[in-house]
Design a protein around this ligand. Structure first.
Ligand code: ATP
Length: 356
């Protein structure tokens, strides 16, 4: 199986202007996305932004009103789900309760008229691959949630799909199992080199597993980029605030294309912004805080995060900001301390001043 995948038959996927409405609701509003062979792309976005609908269109369960789905350059928009070469894992375990693990994994092979001995061998191979070599005769009710998702994954992979589609496969599991399975799914996906689209609303999951994260908003793609890129250089204020923690601090863009914020002038990154009052977007680790008896800002709370501590600070104008510091340094700045707050000298993203 590995060798077959390594040979590089992974699918490249292209979504072109997908539109799908349900009555008055526009679930997909011109979604464009390209996935490279062997890539894992996570679809991330707020509830209702169209992630699941996009995946269902990819799987063929949903027909778009317009737009196209291309796999390896071939237009499959009108190909029915059962004739598409996709494996799918859902949030709920969705195993057949009356079949044991081996029967579940072999199900798709039976549909494809693979001989029984080969089915059995393949099912055992896949169960070993997902870490359940001795569970072939266990029924779903005899398996934990995590084990059921492993079986579901083995079932999806058994037919050697060109495309693997995962719809929140970990969200029903407890935190610890979720972390383990995250790593295992990623390891398997890399090992098999299978092109994968993964829907999640958990940004940590998306950032830790994906080659690229596609942030969706209102049925469209807002930005698709590698996790570090998305975090460091969000293309829009929406992405900046959706991914990771973010401060909004009042500032002023002058004529020179620089912004003045917290008494410091910084270069502006991203879309051009006209001179005037703005909000400056700065991450908690982008602020420097120092104790200062004459300071006009005050620490109003601290949250211990482990190696770092997050300070809640009220600025002179009443703006609440968060600043992350090494925990040993934050120990010197308990609640009530007067401080000065300054941004690190890095380009920042600015946005229209939010209505207060
Ligand atoms: P969540 O994270 O909450 O699962 P999502 O990003 O997956 O959300 P979708 O489930 O794709 O979003 O839904 C997008 C929009 O389309 C929502 O407003 C939803 O209510 C609507 N919608 C989806 N499927 C249908 C349907 N079968 N009938 C009517 N409306 C639907």
């Amino acid at each position: 199986l590995d060798a077959e995948r390594a040979a590089g038959s992974g699918a490249a996927l292209e979504l072109r202007g997908l539109r799908r409405t349900f009555g008055a609701t526009t679930a997909l509003d011109g979604l464009d996305l390209t996935v490279e062979p062997g890539e894992l792309v996570a679809l991330l976005g707020p509830s209702g932004c169209g992630k699941t609908t996009a995946l269902r269109v990819l799987a063929g369960f949903e027909r778009p009103d317009s737009g196209a789905v291309l796999v390896d350059g071939e237009d499959i928009t009108r190909v029915p789900a059962h004739r598409r070469d996709t494996g799918m894992v859902f949030q709920s375990y969705s195993l057949f309760p009356n079949l044991d693990a081996r029967g579940n994994v072999a199900f798709g092979l039976r549909m494809r008229k693979v001989a029984s001995a080969e089915r059995r061998a393949r099912a055992e191979e896949l169960l070993a691959l997902v870490g359940l070599p001795d569970h072939g005769t266990h029924y779903p009710h005899q398996l934990s949630g995590g084990q059921q998702q492993r079986v579901a994954l083995a079932r999806a992979l058994a037919v050697r799909p060109r495309l693997l589609l995962l719809d929140e496969p970990l969200s029903a599991l407890d935190a610890k199992v979720r972390l383990t399975l995250r790593e295992e799914i990623r390891r398997l996906q890399l090992e098999l080199g299978i092109t994968t689209v993964f829907v999640t609303h958990d940004q940590e999951e998306a950032l830790s597993m994906a080659d690229r994260v596609a942030v969706m908003r209102g049925g469209r793609l807002e930005q698709c980029a590698a996790p570090a890129e998305l975090y460091a250089r969000p293309a829009t204020a929406f992405v900046a605030e959706f991914v990771g923690a973010m401060n909004r601090i009042p500032g002023h863009v002058g004529g020179s294309g620089e912004v003045e914020v917290l008494g410091t002038r910084l270069p502006v990154e991203g879309p051009h912004t006209d001179a005037g009052e703005v909000d400056v977007l700065i991450r908690p680790e982008g602020l420097e805080v120092a104790a200062d008896d004459g300071g006009t800002a005050r620490v109003v709370g601290t949250t211990f995060l482990g190696a770092t501590t997050r300070l809640s600070i009220r600025l002179a104008d009443g703006t609440a900001v968060k600043a992350d510091m090494a925990t040993h340094a934050a120990a010197e700045l308990p609640s009530g301390t007067l401080v000065t707050v300054a941004p690190h000298a890095r380009p920042v993203l600015v946005d229209r001043r939010a209505a207060t």
